[in-house]
Ligand binder design. Structure first.
Ligand SMILES: [Fe+2]
Ligand SMILES: [Fe+2]
Length: 284
């Protein structure tokens, strides 16, 4: 695939603010605290080996937040002179959501870390924090320099994470983990909704010209840390297999978004967009 994509016009700041404002507000309305979970009621005897393994796995994924945030702020810089002011302005609007997003992802990482300690999955806080930091030293980056690629990636990834938590929840009996998985799945669903709105904004603005960016992401998608987390391949395969989870199910959400765009009155799908929907439906 030709990975050289033409530069895009940024979304207008009012379109971004109309998406970001309600997302930030909803984040505040549905806020929860790590301290509010019923830690005293945690019953570690109800955890299976699979539960323990999955908690360890997702703690690594969530706790890599500094790396993800660093990548976002590099991809959408909000400091520095000599920038195109329209791009800079768009980045500043995205920034408002990134702060809410980072706060919520940090809560996931902190809650999971606490969970490992209270449940006895990890025995020493210092050892756990150093182990997480060890993985945290590995740089995170994505091969996407255009905002639409970045948002398409995050849309799929947030949906995949939400589906993972829901699938995991279905087999968990321990009440605190159940509560935590519900709360995290809800947060991930909100993140997905915002990134969907931004991708929809690009479809509205660029129409079929947006399709190559989406196609590129679908062709190159890998879950975060797939290339760096020690043992990722075997670990994720084993969890997915046991939980009946498949991250490619998240592509369906993107396919629906594109179909909704094409199905609006007065729209016809260009070959590019129709091919995109078709390829999303046929992914392995
Ligand atoms: Fe998360
Ligand atoms: Fe998320």
């Amino acid at each position: 695939m030709d990975r050289v994509l033409a530069p895009q016009k940024p979304l207008s700041p009012s379109v971004i603010r109309a998406a970001v404002g309600p997302a930030v507000r909803r984040g505040a309305e549905h806020s929860w605290q790590v301290e509010s979970l019923d830690w005293a009621g945690l019953d570690a005897d109800r955890l299976t080996e699979l539960d323990r393994s999955a908690v360890r796995f997702v703690t690594f994924i969530e706790d890599h937040l500094p790396g993800y945030l660093d990548w976002l702020l590099t991809t959408f810089p909000v400091t520095g002179a000599d920038r195109d002011v329209a791009v800079f302005c768009a980045n500043r609007e995205y920034f408002r959501f990134f702060m809410t997003w980072a706060h919520e992802e940090e809560r996931h990482a902190s809650a999971l870390t606490r969970y490992q300690l209270v449940a006895g999955i990890a025995e020493s806080e210092d050892d756990l924090l150093v182990e997480l930091a060890q993985e945290g030293t590995k740089p995170f980056s994505l091969p996407y320099e255009h905002p639409l690629q970045a948002f398409t990636y995050t849309l799929i990834q947030e949906k995949a994470t939400q589906l993972f938590y829901q699938r995991f929840l279905a087999g968990v009996n321990e009440p605190v983990l159940r509560e935590l998985l519900k709360l995290m799945a809800r947060d991930e669903a909100r993140h997905f909704a915002l990134y969907s709105k931004l991708v929809a904004g690009y479809l509205e603005m660029d129409g079929p010209a947006a399709a190559p960016y989406l196609k590129d992401v679908v062709a190159t998608f890998r879950m975060p840390l797939a290339a760096t987390l020690t043992g990722y391949r075997r670990w994720s395969f084993q969890l997915a297999d046991t939980l009946g989870y498949d991250h490619t199910e998240a592509y369906g959400a993107l396919a629906r978004l594109v179909s909704d765009f094409v199905d609006k009155p007065g729209r016809t799908g260009s070959d590019d967009v129709l091919q995109l929907i078709d390829s999303l439906g046929r992914l392995p």
